[in-house]
Ligand binder design. Structure first.
Ligand SMILES: [Zn+2]
Ligand SMILES: [Zn+2]
Length: 331
């Protein structure tokens, strides 16, 4: 199943950083980590491909994950069909088509939709190690799958509930032909649009909260002198990525540990709505530097994901054991 796959020939290349930060602060060099930008772009991925929002390579004999917290018989939300219809209308309008506001108004945004039994989780990310050699993974595994329940009213917080699966792709000899699908989703921001990926390894440096205070003070003085922005342009990338450093905001790094054993955790996956924006344009791939597109068809936001009020959703795994539950955080 893993042979004969090919990513879209088009690559996405992050522009060089404005300066090599390690030339100014050599003590950062040993703290460098590789992150893999995923560069999701609208596509029609199959289960044999890495994707966001695409079908998963799933053994037919293995139960599909469901969310017991959303057990039916009905839920208030939007149907996936209506969520997609909304997007197609917005895209048509953005491309210069007619005003679609009347059609949009006819689509129920929140309605009570019947759901027979516990809600099947949605495929969110599928990564083949062949496409992402830097993917942190248990020995032998070569495929990561992430699913979630697209509601945000779970007991553990305001995020979709996520499930991870590690696999050996070649062991899936009898793949599921069609996955069960939820009849309703809590919020259309959590329905990922099918996207092909264009993985690109880059180098990241730690968030300032992970640096010694004395070093950060020197970097800050240098920023002011040189007109540089360490956080925005020189340390941590924007968008969906594997591994790398964590864009901490309102959570202190020391607080995040494995719930099972207290060991440190390591970043596995970060999902964010945009790969660049007008305020931080330096992460826009060279190949798309001329893209002046309306929001609804912006390649920076091809997944249509939007985490809460525009935060990152981060998944971490225990550094001591792959068998321990993953940690999910928003910041
Ligand atoms: Zn749920
Ligand atoms: Zn642990």
């Amino acid at each position: 199943m893993t042979s004969g796959r090919s990513l879209t020939a088009m690559v996405r290349t992050t522009p060089p950083r404005p300066v090599d930060i390690t030339a100014h602060f050599p003590e950062l060099a040993p703290l460098a980590r590789t992150a893999v930008r995923l560069h999701p772009r609208a596509g029609n991925p199959t289960a044999a491909q890495s994707s966001i929002g695409g079908p998963l390579l799933w053994p037919a004999a293995e139960p599909w994950p469901v969310c017991p917290a959303h057990a039916g018989p009905s839920h208030l939300g939007i149907t996936p069909e209506n969520a997609r219809l909304k997007r197609r209308l917005l895209e048509r309008q953005a491309r210069g088509g007619a005003d679609v506001s009347a059609e949009l108004r006819r689509i129920p945004y929140r309605e009570e939709v019947a759901q027979d039994g516990p809600l099947p989780m949605l495929p969110v990310v599928q990564l083949y190690a062949a496409d992402v050699p830097d993917l942190p993974r248990p020995d032998g595994a070569d495929l990561l799958q992430v699913l979630w329940c697209p509601f945000t009213d779970h007991a553990e917080g305001v995020l979709p509930r996520t499930v991870l699966r590690w696999r050996v792709a070649a062991e899936v000899r009898d793949p599921l032909a069609a996955a069960p699908r939820p009849s309703v989703i809590g919020n259309d921001h959590y329905l990922p649009e099918p996207c092909d990926l264009h993985p690109e390894p880059i180098v990241e440096y730690p968030h300032r909260d992970e640096l010694p205070g004395e070093l950060w003070a020197r970097i800050e003085a240098w920023e002011a002198r040189e007109g540089m922005d360490y956080f925005d342009d020189l340390s941590i990338t924007m968008g969906c990525k594997v591994a790398g450093h964590v864009p901490w905001s309102f959570i202190a790094p020391k607080r995040v540990v494995c719930a099972e054993c207290g060991s440190p955790v390591r970043p596995l996956l970060t999902l964010y709505d945009a790969e660049w924006d007008n305020e931080v344009p330096s992460w826009r791939p060279i190949e798309e530097s001329d893209a002046e597109l309306p929001d609804a068809i912006d390649p920076a936001s091809a997944t249509w994901l939007y985490i809460n009020r525009g935060y990152d959703l981060q998944l971490y795994t225990c550094a001591a054991s792959w068998d321990h539950p993953h940690v999910q955080l928003m910041q």
